[in-house]
Design a protein around this ligand. Structure first.
Ligand code: SF4
Length: 735
């Protein structure tokens, strides 16, 4: 087996060294394992999509001697039109960080991490995980995937883990950002299908942003709003006076986690005034009568008392929506990361349906994605759904996938994976003993850190695959596999508006680091199931396989003919079936024909009763902790953005907590004083920032600080299992 693995390592390295056709390209200085020539002209400029967020901006990367030396935003790409946020401008910098992981590392019997070669690493992976499965069953090994790797990579991971290793439980960090939108769309539209294109930002005359600080979380989308020539009303629903709320024409500073009640309250006023598009409702929806009866209970008095908004504000919000000719509704993490996020997202969808704001330019019920390839994960990670939005529990779907992939149907799991939090519970219960984490920093980002760390320590074997060995999660691992980053490999991302964009190798990965795709191939070979993936010979061939898997489904992209066609078109949105007459690069929105993916072709109104939060404030913990993005220069756990001196200089330094002047005065706290923030689960020290942007009774701490999740309360939406990061009870004290 060791010889076979050596041979597979050679093949992986060969692929890294050569072009996609396998041709070797010699470079000055020879073929060190870390030297990755690409197929681009040595002194040229090529474009590729950014490696951070789901906006999917294109960057022109400038090469010298075959290596990226600089970049500028692409001027002709339909997404960003010459713009980039600070993270995009600094996208190359993290590749050259001094703590890049350049060799596999294995913890020895004394607990020390040692550098090892790839055959030793892959043998450890196979031996330890197979041993666990032999003793405790196939389901005793699980994986946590990511929205940060290429579509082709996450598909190969999902196929290898589930069809090759026999793993059933695999989830992704997309559970933390987009699971709510996935479930909301599936139930309402019959498929996880965000319907918009970014052009809608420029076409709307009323833009409703719920739980979205677009200015700093998605700055280029905000730039698209700034280009809007319609002088739009911009309504922001957010407890804080965020940067976006400050720039809005209307700000609704509701009490935290009362969005669902507010949406029903707005619907109540629309129904009461008959500001409803009956023609659209009758032709294209189901369940309206139940919905109208449900919202009848949400009169302005009740909703005002629950949300803290005045009756005048509620009436103005409904009147603004009614007056709009092209009303677009947008939501992101303020909705998704909630104990009732799915129903809140569906209440937003309900508002769009009842007012006929679906399927035309400038309108829509539009979820804004977080991670750069969360949309790829939603369709092709093979975690919570079978490839291309299919269902693991559906025998016909399993048969289709087996037929397309040429595999035995018996290798496809017949039941769904446990969700991220349930995988953690299974570790706690001793049912899962081996875990493989890929390109995500669980030990920083998961809710309620103390509990999580206690759980991870129970694992027999933890494998982490990452660019850096210094993340909080990698430091806990038994085996760390060195991965190439964005800019060091090929593949595609799918952005928020369903647009495929290409990434390319423009820089050498360090030392023995390999593209995630190559690592998965290597591990599959070592596991003994490499032949199952012979056709998945490289990322572009894999995209073709995924296209076949999409055929006939709402995401059908069989009309995409390789990376060159995506490049030439400036990105291509799905659906794009073979024979499509659409201009591949055009901006296309869904449901223009009023036909949805439900069995009856109608969109569904879905309602529910608002639920209490899991953890209310109390005498002991009287403040509500809100979390969120700190600045446009920071990305999540800062694994990459903290490597850039420029990005560090654009972000606040050290831990800080925003609190209101009233709460500060009540505690005799002065500006910039160090304070302790304490919850029932843990505490942190932070500098006090006293500001009127936060309401009395609430505090805000950015999610980028590793200590923030010591405080957060592990509460989950019951339908999406997405964590509710934005409501925990805390106390705040002078030190
Ligand atoms: Fe990259 Fe997102 Fe910034 Fe665009 S907005 S440059 S995709 S991080």
């Amino acid at each position: 087996m060791r010889n076979a693995v050596k041979q597979a390592v050679k093949q992986a390295v060969h692929q890294r060294r050569g072009t996609l056709t396998g041709e070797l390209v010699r470079r000055p200085g020879g073929f060190g394992l870390g030297q990755v020539p690409n197929r681009l002209a040595p002194d040229s400029t090529t474009s590729m999509v950014c490696g951070f967020c789901s906006t999917g901006c294109s960057l022109d990367v400038h090469l010298r001697n075959g290596q990226a030396v600089n970049l500028t935003p692409s001027t002709h790409y339909p997404v960003n039109r010459g713009m980039a946020c600070p993270k995009g401008w600094e996208a190359l910098t993290p590749l050259h960080a001094s703590d890049r992981l350049s060799t596999p590392r294995l913890r020895d019997a004394s607990g020390q991490m040692r550098d090892v070669d790839w055959p030793t690493a892959t043998n450890a992976f196979v031996d330890r995980f197979k041993s666990i499965q032999q003793r405790h069953g196939a389901e005793s090994v699980a994986f946590i995937s990511t929205g940060q790797i290429a579509t082709e990579e996450m598909a190969l991971l999902g196929a290898f883990a589930k069809f090759g290793m026999g793993v059933v439980h695999g989830d992704g960090n997309t559970r933390q950002c987009m699971a709510t939108s996935v479930v909301a769309y599936k139930q309402a539209f019959g498929f996880d299908a965000p319907p918009y294109t970014y052009d809608d930002f420029e076409q709307s005359d009323v833009i409703v942003l719920v739980g979205s600080n677009l200015c700093i979380a998605h700055p280029i989308m905000w730039e698209r709003i700034c280009r809007n020539q319609c002088s739009p009303e911009i309504m922001v629903v957010d407890p804080r006076v965020t940067e976006t709320a400050s720039a809005a024409t209307q700000h609704y500073a509701l009490a935290p986690k009362r969005d669902l009640t507010l949406m029903y309250g707005i619907a109540h006023i629309l129904v009461a005034n008959d500001w409803v598009d009956h023609e659209y409702i009758d032709a294209h929806t189901s369940g309206y009568d139940t919905f109208a009866a449900h919202v009848a209970e949400f009169n302005p008095e009740r909703v005002g008392a629950a949300t803290g908004l005045s009756i005048e504000q509620l009436e103005r919000s409904a009147a603004t929506i009614q007056a709009g000719k092209r009303v677009s509704f947008w939501w992101t993490m303020g909705v998704n990361q909630s104990h009732e996020g799915v129903r809140t997202a569906q209440a937003i969808i309900d508002l769009a349906l009842m007012t006929g704001n679906i399927g035309r330019p400038g309108i829509g019920a539009n979820s804004i994605t977080g991670q750069r390839n969360a949309m790829g994960s939603r369709l092709f990670s093979n975690t919570t759904s079978l490839f291309a939005g299919r269902d693991f529990t559906n025998a016909e779907h399993r048969g289709d996938v087996a037929h397309i992939l040429g595999i035995d149907v018996s290798v496809i799991p017949t039941h769904n994976s446990a969700a991220y939090d349930q995988i953690i519970d299974k570790i706690l219960a001793g049912e899962i003993k081996g875990l493989w984490i890929i390109a995500t920093n669980t030990a920083h980002s998961w809710i309620d850190q103390k509990h999580l760390h206690d759980v991870l320590e129970r694992l027999e074997f933890l494998v982490v695959q990452d660019m850096y060995a210094t993340t909080e999660t990698a430091q806990l691992a038994n085996l760390v596999l060195p991965a190439a980053g964005w800019g060091e490999k090929d593949g595609t991302f799918i952005n928020s508006e369903r647009r495929f964009g290409v990434i390319k190798r423009v820089s050498r990965a360090p030392g023995m680091a390999l593209a995630d795709f190559s690592i998965f191939k290597l591990l599959a070979h070592a596991w003994g199931c490499g032949a199952m993936f012979d056709e998945w010979r490289d990322p572009e061939a894999t995209l073709s396989i995924l296209g076949r898997l999409s055929k006939g489904l709402p995401c059908d992209f069989t009309g995409i003919d390789g990376y060159r066609s995506i490049d030439a078109a400036g990105g291509i949105q799905w659906p794009f079936p073979e024979g499509s007459m659409a201009d591949p690069g055009s901006e296309r929105r869904l449901f223009e024909d009023g036909q949805f993916h439900t069995p009856d072709g109608r969109a569904r109104f879905i309602v529910d009763h608002p639920q209490p939060v899991r953890e209310s404030t109390s005498d002991r913990y009287p403040l509500i902790l809100l979390t969120g993005r700190g600045s446009s220069a920071q990305w999540h756990t800062q694994t990459r953005t903290a490597k850039s001196a420029i990005l560090r200089s654009l972000a606040p330094t050290g831990s800080y907590v925003e609190l209101s002047p009233v709460d500060a005065a009540a505690r005799h706290i002065t500006p910039h004083e160090l304070v302790d923030v304490v919850s029932a689960r843990g505490s942190m020290t932070a500098q006090a920032i006293i500001t009127a942007t936060i309401a009395t009774g609430q505090i805000f701490i950015p999610m980028h600080d590793a200590a923030t999740n010591k405080l957060t309360c592990a509460s989950f939406d019951p339908h999406s299992r997405q964590p509710s990061y934005k409501h925990s009870a805390v106390q705040l004290n002078k030190k």
